[in-house]
Design a protein around this ligand. Structure first.
Ligand code: CIR
Length: 258
């Protein structure tokens, strides 16, 4: 029986030079293009080493944030869903994912109304949490919950604490009984029934980690988090993310996995 983090395939998108103009919530300097390329390549290599076949799509110069392929789409073994990202500059990205999704999935569903980003969607065993954020509005979240229910996947719309970009900026699945979450998100009670590991103080920026098969991809700069996450059935793979972090990258958002 596959676990919900057992995957064989992934889609990514290679960065083009415009990536350095990607959106960032806190302002700040542009990342270096070479640095983004280096970190993105290391991430792709880590996915391959974890056992995934990676389809690398070409750069989209008109869409600086298009490397974050998990915001305009969601995938499950039985279907892909094209979403409607909440940032106006990202609204057109889904059209450029559609051909790759249509080639891989029997069904490509579409969010009919509202806005929702894949970064706000946390797939847990038996249920999916859709976090409301500056990018995901209630109309979009409820429409998405309807599509997911149609796939036989129960979904719940939840509040996300202010000050984080996406629900998964502050929470991640570690194994089938365990999530990692910021203290603020943990306190909301949305993870009832699961073991919740709280991100160590000072390492909040490391809360987005990515479980794939028997590997857990984590940011390199979070030693206390590494200690906390050791021992949940996965080998830790620390990756540098200092340049891509300047445009608010997370590990979950740079690929679609199934
Ligand atoms: C954005 O603001 O849309 C991008 N610069 C970063 C998106 C990161 N995605 C994610 O956390 N799911």
């Amino acid at each position: 029986m596959p676990r919900i983090f057992d995957f064989t395939q992934a889609i990514m998108r290679r960065p083009g030079p415009s990536v350095v103009k990607g959106l960032r919530a806190g302002g700040g300097a542009d990342p270096s293009f070479d640095g983004v390329l280096r970190e993105h390549s290391a991430y792709a290599a880590a996915l391959a080493a974890a056992g995934l076949g990676v389809t690398m799509l070409g750069p989209l110069e008109d869409y600086p944030d298009a490397i974050f392929v998990e915001d305009p789409a969601l995938v499950f073994p039985e279907a892909a869903i094209l979403l409607n990202p909440g940032a106006p500059s990202r609204a057109g990205e889904g059209a450029y994912l559609r051909p790759a999704l249509a080639a891989q999935f029997n069904q490509v569903l579409e969010l009919g109304e509202g806005h929702a980003d894949g970064g706000d969607v946390l797939v847990l065993p038996g249920r999916i949490l859709i976090g409301l954020s500056a990018r995901t509005d209630r109309t979009g979240a409820e429409a998405l919950a309807g599509l997911l229910e149609g796939l036989g996947r129960p979904a719940q719309v939840v509040e996300t604490p202010r000050g984080v970009l996406h629900q998964k900026t502050a929470s991640s699945l570690i194994d089938e009984e365990t999530v990692l979450a910021s203290p603020a998100l943990a306190a909301t009670g949305v993870f009832a029934g699961l073991r919740v590991l709280e991100v160590p103080p000072g390492e909040e920026a490391g809360a987005n980690v990515l479980r794939i098969n028997d590997v857990l991809i984590v940011g390199a700069g979070y030693p206390r988090l590494h200690d906390l996450l050791d021992g949940y059935g996965a080998r830790l793979v620390p990756l540098e993310n200092t340049e891509i972090a300047k445009i608010d990258a997370g590990f979950t958002c740079m690929s679609l996995r199934w």
